[in-house]
Ligand binder design. Structure first.
Ligand SMILES: O=C(O)CCC(=O)C(=O)O
Length: 282
């Protein structure tokens, strides 16, 4: 894994890496499970969320939309509500979401020994599914490539496990104020990354800087004009006490999340029920 800061040539991603706080395993996901994952990802209706609520003056900037459409399972952390981050940002941001499909549960069971090496005996209860690709809104113009994820740190307690399906992506670790990455690694189709602890989860932030082009496996979404070429799933652990039904959010938070919940409910019975969990006002 070591690539000195002054020459961060990314590691190729074809061999396993084990360091305290960082694990990379190529081909962790079997071919059969990968086929099931692709079918599952292709069946979802991910949403483009905005970092800011409607009416928030910061939302007027063109960059308020996230760089990629997403879908959460276990608990949905709506971007407009801010993400779970103890000690202050714990309440009013995690809405109970659909459960993991069987293929996710199987993969997490297989990952148990790796998670135990990272100090986690409990399996994660929530995940974020990221769709990376490009969008062509003007059929005559070139596609705009959004296949990246800005430098960030995941604040949920414990290890974070990330599965990759699709084209290889450049995964980097860097300090928030530094431009150059300290470590860089290509993460390939069917691989997993696990991060934990002081160095890789707390001191260093991580990001995706680019995703290679290609269409094998074939990934799709029903989103108009969006061409997806990689999907990642990052599994985290949110304390159950922080997860509420949609109707359990404050009325202010419900107003922020409502347009997204309505959109999700167009394709999901689960989210239709969540909409109905709001106390009746009549
Ligand atoms: O796409 C990836 O591999 C990284 C995902 C990630 O960092 C996240 O979901 O927080």
């Amino acid at each position: 894994m070591r690539a000195p800061p002054e020459s961060p040539t990314p590691l190729r991603g074809d061999v396993r890496v084990d360091e305290p706080g960082f694990t990379y395993v190529p081909r962790f996901i079997s071919q059969e499970d990968a086929v099931e994952l692709v079918a599952y990802f292709n069946s979802l209706h991910p949403v483009w969320e905005s970092r800011y609520a409607d009416g928030d003056p910061r939302a007027r900037g063109s960059n308020s939309r996230l760089t990629r459409p997403v879908y959460w399972l276990g608990a949905w952390q709506f971007a407009g509500l801010g993400y779970y981050a103890p000690p202050e940002h714990v309440h009013d941001r995690c809405v109970r979401a659909e459960p993991f499909p069987p293929v996710f549960q199987r993969l997490l069971q297989a990952l148990r020994p790796v998670l135990a090496d990272h100090g986690d005996t409990e399996l994660p209860n929530t995940c974020l599914i990221n769709y990376y690709g490009s969008e062509r809104l003007d059929p005559k113009g070139p596609p705009v490539d959004y296949a990246r994820l800005r430098l960030h740190r995941d604040a949920e307690p414990g290890a974070v496990a990330m599965f990759s399906i699709g084209q290889p992506a450049q995964f980097e670790f860097a300090m928030p104020e530094a431009k150059a990455p300290e470590y860089s690694q290509w993460v390939r189709n069917r691989s997993i990354v696990v991060i934990s602890g002081d160095e890789y989860k707390d001191r260093l932030y991580h990001r995706i800087t680019r995703v290679r082009h290609g269409q094998d496996p074939v990934l799709t979404t029903p989103l108009p004009a969006f061409n997806v070429r990689r999907v990642s799933v990052s599994f985290r652990h949110v304390p159950e006490s922080a997860i509420v039904d949609f109707g359990g959010l404050s009325s202010q938070a419900q107003a922020v999340a409502l347009p997204y919940v309505q959109r999700l409910a167009e394709h999901s019975e689960y989210w239709q029920h969540q909409l109905q969990s709001r106390p009746s006002t009549t």
